[in-house]
Design a protein around this ligand. Structure first.
Ligand code: ATP
Length: 326
């Protein structure tokens, strides 16, 4: 559905040249739900705007359903819906008129745009709001209207630029539920940008991590976490020798090479605190407790923290996405 090679965009800001996107290669297959994740200014929006033909690439190529974005923008636009950051429609218009206007814009006959508007009002739970003005809607309702507007032409491909920014957690969860339903109902390919880690983790099948205009990782969230981050198991034990604990755990955790895990033991008068960074931490926890018991150390507390996409970003860049997004 999407194929980009060496996609590049530079902007001139006064005398300074900003390399917003530096030669991105990316493919998106039909039916995929892909999240572009990265901090502010990473180049996510610029990439999306090139893929939607809104911005001409400085170098490289991108095709949508086989049509080049630079040479065939009309064919490209006919196949996609684009929901930018904070569209909102005309504030003083009624919801229903906004939807109808969008249908007219795409040249649909009246019977058809009325039917589509009714379907989308139903799918996005905008029922009862049709006669309200856009400005009177809540943030979440307005975002759902944005999505409905983007879907009036029944695009096989939908781009959403930061769909949930500014929404409270409840409205975000609700919007996601609607996006999933729409995807099942209309079988769309969806590409979105976000800087919410949990959102990319929970909702996307594939995450493309972008930093400083480059793709630094591209895989399913679970694969990214397995390959680039460790779970952390923390155990408290009764007092004893840190060296004994370390030796006992080496058999469980491995030799400290990447992906086999590392063990750190701190001693205090109350006992030992053991920190094990390893893949599949929760599964290793019982083994670790058994190994310690075998050398006379009883566990007094135990937690297993799963690796997150923030750990992935931190390990790849040395920076926390959580702090940058805050
Ligand atoms: N029209 C423009 N003129 C000059 N610089 C621009 C322009 N548009 C974007 N940039 C710069 O390009 C870089 C990438 O911006 P972009 O908006 O693509 O990032 P982003 O990852 O989408 O960030 P955000 O999450 O804040 O939307 C930034 O340094 C930005 O300041």
């Amino acid at each position: 559905m999407i194929r980009a090679r060496g996609l590049t965009k530079t902007f001139q800001r006064g005398k300074e040249t900003v390399e917003a996107v530096k030669g991105i290669d990316v493919d998106v297959a039909e039916g995929e739900l892909v999240a572009f994740l990265g901090p502010n200014g990473a180049g996510k929006s610029t990439t999306l705007r090139m893929l939607t033909s809104l911005l001409t690439p400085t170098a490289g190529t991108a095709t949508i359903a086989g049509y080049d974005v630079a040479t065939h923008p009309t064919q490209v636009r006919a196949r996609l819906g684009f929901i930018g950051q904070g569209n909102g429609g005309g504030f003083s218009y009624q919801v229903r008129d906004e939807l109808f206007n969008q249908g007219r814009f795409y040249g649909l006959p009246a019977a058809e745009y009325r039917q589509r508007a009714a379907d989308l009002v139903d799918a996005l739970e905008l029922g009862g709001l049709e006669k309200r003005t856009v400005q009177s809607l809540s943030g979440g309702q307005r975002r759902r209207l944005d999505v409905a507007l983007g879907l009036m032409n029944h695009p096989p491909l939908l781009f959403l630029d930061e769909p949930s920014t500014g929404l409270d957690p409840h409205a975000r969860a609700n919007l996601w539920e609607h996006i999933s339903t729409l995807r099942e109902r209309f079988g769309m390919t969806i590409v979105l940008t976000t800087h919410y880690l949990e959102e990319a983790d929970g909702m996307a099948e594939r995450v493309v991590v972008i930093d400083h205009g480059e793709i630094i990782a591209d895989a399913a969230p679970d694969v990214l976490k397995r390959e680039h981050a460790d779970d952390v198991v923390t155990l408290g034990t009764t007092p004893g020798s840190p060296d004994t604990a370390r030796r006992a755990l080496a058999a469980v955790v491995g030799d400290g090479t990447p992906h086999t895990g590392t063990v750190q033991v701190d001693e205090s008068p109350d006992g030992l605190t053991v920190r094990i960074a390893t893949a599949q931490g929760a599964e290793r926890l019982p083994e670790a407790i058994d190994a310690l018991r075998g050398v006379g150390l009883a566990a007094t507390s135990a937690t297993a923290k799963q690796a997150s996409l923030d750990d992935v970003f931190l390990n790849l860049t040395g920076r926390s996405l959580r702090e940058e997004a805050a």
